[in-house]
Design a binder for this molecule. Sequence first.
Ligand SMILES: CC(C)(COP(=O)(O)OP(=O)(O)OC[C@H]1O[C@@H](n2cnc3c(N)ncnc32)[C@H](O)[C@@H]1OP(=O)(O)O)[C@@H](O)C(=O)NCCC(=O)NCCS
Length: 257
Amino acid sequence: MAAAEDLVGNDVVDLDDPDIASSHLRDRFVERVCDPAERARVRSASDPKVLLWTMFAAKEAAYKVLVKLGCAPGFAHRRLGVAADLRSVRFEGVRLRLWIDRRVDGAVHAVASTGARAPLSDVRRVAFTTGGPRADAGVAARRLACVRVARSVGRPAAALAIERAPLEESWDGFGPPVLLCDGRPCPGADVSLSHDGRFVAFAAAIVPEIARRTGASATRSSSRAAPRSPRGSAAWRGGARSRPRGHAAGLRAARSR
Ligand SMILES: CC(C)(COP(=O)(O)OP(=O)(O)OC[C@H]1O[C@@H](n2cnc3c(N)ncnc32)[C@H](O)[C@@H]1OP(=O)(O)O)[C@@H](O)C(=O)NCCC(=O)NCCS
């Protein structure tokens, strides 16, 4: 079971994205993403492309946890060390547990957590083509996450939403995603979303006894008073994105630094 303070991050990579087909052959890119030990592992791997993008996903998943811990490096993949057994990621004094999921053909999904227990997570292939609409992918990732966490929270998926609060110092002006139950942030739950090419994915650390308590009190109060919904505030953001992103964007960013 997750502990109340567990924080999660995830990242999915579409391994068939043509933009990443030969990135493992570009020394400059590999050097920007990997430290010397990781580069040696990529060089000797039976499938260097898959190992490179598995480590990339691991670092991005860890980055999303580090943001929540308040100690994320900006665009510094090489400073995050992925263990050779792919079971942990280190950044300075922080060690995060790592789970790599290759069960869905064509995708690698990395999940990082401050806790020792595997978070709830899933990855799904959806009907988008590579470079398809990011807003739709955000909606699909949220739907997948809400359906899968509903039981742990003790509320129907329709009562759940995942949104991002404004955060000035963040790279895009918004903070990490937050699970809302009947419009209110749900204590005892931490979530992470990712979408790339044909895939959407999520990870969640839920402490059912805390999250369910909140769900039950929300059910009781919803008939009496309208919730103080962050959704009522235009400043919170759901699935829509305006800036093109994804791993092709990350790749370009890493290459240009
Ligand atoms: C934040 C970042 C990791 C997102 O990765 P991405 O490959 O572009 O996109 P993904 O689909 O994997 O993740 C997108 C989701 O991450 C979440 N997210 C965005 N910013 C986040 C943050 N600062 N912390 C945690 N989660 C965040 C959002 O829920 C977003 O989905 P949404 O737009 O539908 O709400 C990426 O934009 C980035 O790398 N930014 C900063 C640069 C950097 O330093 N990277 C890591 C170096 S080690």
